[in-house]
Design a protein around this ligand. Sequence first.
Ligand code: PRP
Ligand code: XAN
Length: 193
Amino acid sequence: MRALVDAIRAQGTVLPGGILKVDGLINHQLLPQLTREMGETFAQTFRPLKPSKVVTIEVSGIAPALATAMVLGVPMVYARKKRPVTMQGSVYTAQSVSRTKGGVVELFISHEFLGSQDRVVVIDDFLASGGTLLALADMIRESGAQLLGLGCVVEKAFEHGRANLASLGVPVRTLANIVRMDEGGTLVVEAGH
Ligand SMILES: O=P(O)(O)OC[C@H]1O[C@H](OP(=O)(O)OP(=O)(O)O)[C@H](O)[C@@H]1O
Ligand SMILES: O=c1[nH]c(=O)c2nc[nH]c2[nH]1
């Protein structure tokens, strides 16, 4: 996605610990036009698979996932990282590691909004190690829903998430690919695939 690659080249900075800061377009401020194009691109990729639901994880996955769900005309459900009092009854849970806040987080999705009738596409902001998407895939498997595909806005190819997700046997689509980056100012970005 050309506009996304250009925006990352213009605004992206590299922080210690191998973290790419793109807070101006994905993780703090959101650009509606760019987010809409993310949704249109993911929808074009996944529409032929006839998804009935888009699933993501709070917080940064919500914007691209909602943009995708709006184009597809299906509901979007996000896994919560803290169980609120409104989430009564049975839940699917899994654990993941937060890359930007540190520590292990528990993920929760209510049985109310995910079940064996669902055909699911997962959308998130970053694909790094793939650990978060594997945790989400576990919850989807437990629900009996069918996982159709995975879409992430930014892939950090050097963290090998794509290979770690291969066992899921579903297509993985990303919109921008970070080939190389370091704190010295190197930031090599190309279109995703
Ligand atoms: O492929 P992985 O190694 O699992 O990394 C990707 C995950 O890391 C981030 O979550 P984080 O909790 O850091 O951020 P967020 O709250 O902004 O969504 C990001 O949103 C992905 O969900
Ligand atoms: O803002 C972010 N930058 C990153 O490099 C990253 N990797 C996983 N999750 C991430 N979030």
